[in-house]
Design a protein around this ligand. Structure first.
Ligand code: CS2
Ligand code: MN
Length: 353
């Protein structure tokens, strides 16, 4: 596996490339052009500049997270083909620059959802947490106000203020979109992308929905093994693959993550490895990556990735805020650096066994 780190670019991230470079075993960066809006066609010069910046720091640009999907595509409105064509052009440009991995999600309106961004843990660190009972009691606009006021002044991916200003309109757009339609729209989108993915050998890697059930009554389809396999079968081209995010999958403890990994052999193009701690049904918090700190069997997860021959990029995912660091919630340097070392330690031990 190739260890990588998500980076939000010079203007959006508190972490510097030179710091990432000093983490042992770190070879790559996962980033995006943060100033593009979902649906825009990316600019080739901007892609080149982004790549050069990463390479100049001694790291490889291993993939894009995310090329965001416009809501017209997810909701399947009549103007979707225009946005799909822009997406095709973006893949063409990324592929021509040797960037072969595109992570994306297909969740309507919101990206991941947490009800607390700085829950204090017994050791004084803070972490992101989710409690379904809180979601049931508030509306999405209130949810956004809470997220925004807790975000240390950073813009959280998927929770951009421009987007949230349109939240009512977005909900209206999905009012009549069933889970089946959302799934069909995803298949339509992927079928349109496969020719350009074949031409440039670009892997599309869908991120697991987080949490992996419907929130605020919106449909969600990338939630469990059955749905993942259904998508792999619907578009059998191997360029249609998955970002296996253990934290997101673990939101539902019914998901047997090592078994899911094994069932997706050849279709996992990117792995997000992190741990969560469950306290009640629908209630969890993001623990340290270290297995004993949370509920996941991290050894079994890394073992399954090794056993299926996964060689792609992996990254630590959300970390706690520790040692006084102030960063975008979940995306500081320190705890993710620790997480990467733990994953590499497991990986080395498994490989030598
Ligand atoms: C992140 C997501 O929370 C996470 O696990 O990885 O924000 C992810 O970047 C997007 O869902 C991918 O489009
Ligand atoms: Mn993830």
């Amino acid at each position: 596996m190739k260890m990588s780190f998500r980076w939000f670019g010079e203007t959006h991230d508190s972490v510097k490339l030179w710091q990432i470079r000093q983490i042992p075993g770190m070879v790559g960066i996962i980033t995006t052009l943060y100033d593009t809006a979902p649906g825009d066609e990316w600019d080739l010069d901007a892609i080149r500049a982004m790549k050069k910046q990463v390479n100049d720091a001694g790291l490889d640009l291993l993939g894009i997270e995310s090329v965001n999907v416009h809501d017209a595509i997810k909701a399947g409105t009549p103007d979707r083909d225009r946005y799909i064509q822009n997406y095709v052009q973006t893949i063409r440009k990324l592929g021509s620059e040797g960037i072969r991995l595109v992570c994306y999600n297909f969740m309507p309106v919101f990206d991941w959802t947490r009800t607390e961004l700085a829950k204090v843990r017994p050791d004084g660190s803070t972490t992101m947490a989710y409690d379904q009972r809180k979601i049931d009691g508030i509306d999405p606009a209130e949810m956004f106000r809470q997220v925004d006021s807790d975000s240390n002044g950073f813009v959280l991916p998927g929770w951009e203020p421009e987007r949230m200003a349109r939240v009512k309109e977005l909900f209206e757009l999905y009012r009549h979109v069933s889970e089946q339609q959302l799934f069909d729209n995803l298949v339509y989108f992927l079928n349109a992308l496969m020719p350009v993915c074949d031409e440039y050998d670009v892997n599309m890697a869908i991120h697991i929905d987080d949490p992996c059930w419907s929130v605020f009554g919106l449909p969600r389809v990338i939630t469990c093994r059955e749905q993942l396999l259904r998508l792999m079968d619907a578009v059998p081209n191997p360029h249609n693959g998955v970002t296996l995010c253990t934290g997101s999958l673990s939101s539902n403890p019914q998901n047997d993550i090592p078994a899911i990994i094994r069932s997706l052999k050849g279709r996992i193009h990117f792995a997000h490895v992190r741990n969560t701690k469950h306290t009640a049904p629908g209630v969890f918090e993001e623990s340290a990556h270290y297995a004993a700190d949370g509920s996941l069997d991290m050894y079994a997860i890394v073992k399954a990735l090794v056993d299926i021959g996964f060689e792609g990029p992996v990254r630590p995912d959300h970390g706690r805020a520790i040692w006084g660091e102030v960063s975008m919630p979940g995306y500081g340097l320190y705890d993710r650096a620790l997480g990467s070392q733990y994953i590499l330690g497991l990986y080395d031990a498994i490989k030598r066994q």
